[in-house]
Design a protein around this ligand. Structure first.
Ligand code: AKG
Length: 259
């Protein structure tokens, strides 16, 4: 459980270092499993895969879809809650305690996502906020837990955040990447900090915190697992569909992979 001082820090800064949450066995299992998923050794037909842009430019990142061949260069993989190893981590008691405090007993996830910057590759992910109209939800999510699957450093494209920027609220109704003007106003370099993290360390982030990440200049990948937790009753505005519950009534239970 978080202490009052930790909640205060999170409220003031918009992020909180949670330290090592995964056990070393769990961490190795997630690292191995994500390789197996990328290489097609473990398959989930509905999982979402996105390759990186060929140019290194964010605007050129291709639309994603099905698994498209064995490579460790996928930029993003979503729907990892389908995998029992990742689901077990998503359902860690610390994350239950944190999200129950904020949302109550029933908690869903908007996404459970692998973010990868392969060795000597990766794309600058510009300053953005999570949530907003682009997500099409009837209730704004409030928090995400980002976990390093290997060491994240300035050299390999760790996250950079502007402490306290969540207090600005959503800078545009639509959300996501902020305008150049907002970046000039709110995200000058001297206001930002690099969130370097050791393998396995988790960071709690407020959805409106301005955050970005760079490219990987090293010979090792920079990998992370990021999970957006929200109120269990949240619906997609257009379709009305609800999202996978991870805590509370009808919460997901781990299922075995297809192959
Ligand atoms: O891992 C990254 O580079 C960015 C992650 C991110 O934007 C997020 O978790 O919301």
């Amino acid at each position: 459980m978080l202490t009052d001082a930790q909640w205060k820090q999170y409220d003031e800064q918009g992020y909180l270092l949670l330290g090592q949450v995964a056990s070393s066995t769990q961490l190795i299992a997630m690292q191995d499993r994500i390789d197996d998923i990328m290489l097609g050794k473990v398959r989930y037909p509905d999982m979402y895969f996105q390759l990186d842009s060929a140019t290194g430019e964010y605007k050129d990142v291709p639309g994603g879809g099905e698994w498209s061949g064995a490579t460790l260069d996928y930029r993003k993989i979503e729907l990892l809650e389908m995998d029992p190893i990742f689901l077990e981590y998503i359902q860690n008691p610390l994350f239950r305690a944190i999200t129950n405090t904020v949302y109550g007993e029933n908690v869903a996830i908007y996404r459970a996502m692998f973010m990868n910057k392969p060795a000597h590759k990766g794309t600058i992910l510009p300053y953005h906020q999570d949530g907003g109209g682009i997500w099409g939800l009837d209730c704004n999510p409030l928090m995400t837990v980002w976990t390093a699957l290997n060491d994240a450093t300035r050299e390999n494209g760790c996250m950079q955040v502007v402490p306290g920027s969540h207090k600005l609220g959503l800078l545009s109704e639509y959300g996501h990447v902020i305008s150049e003007e907002h970046e000039r106003l709110y995200a000058q370099d001297d206001k930002s900090v690099y969130l370097e993290a050791k393998c396995g360390e988790a960071i709690l982030l407020h959805y409106w915190l301005l955050h970005r990440s760079g490219v990987n200049h090293t010979s090792e990948p920079r990998r992370a697992f990021t999970v957006c937790y929200m109120d269990g009753e949240t619906r997609h505005v257009k379709s009305g569909h609800q999202f996978p519950r991870v805590f509370g009534e009808n919460a997901l239970v781990p299922q075995s992979p297809v192959g």
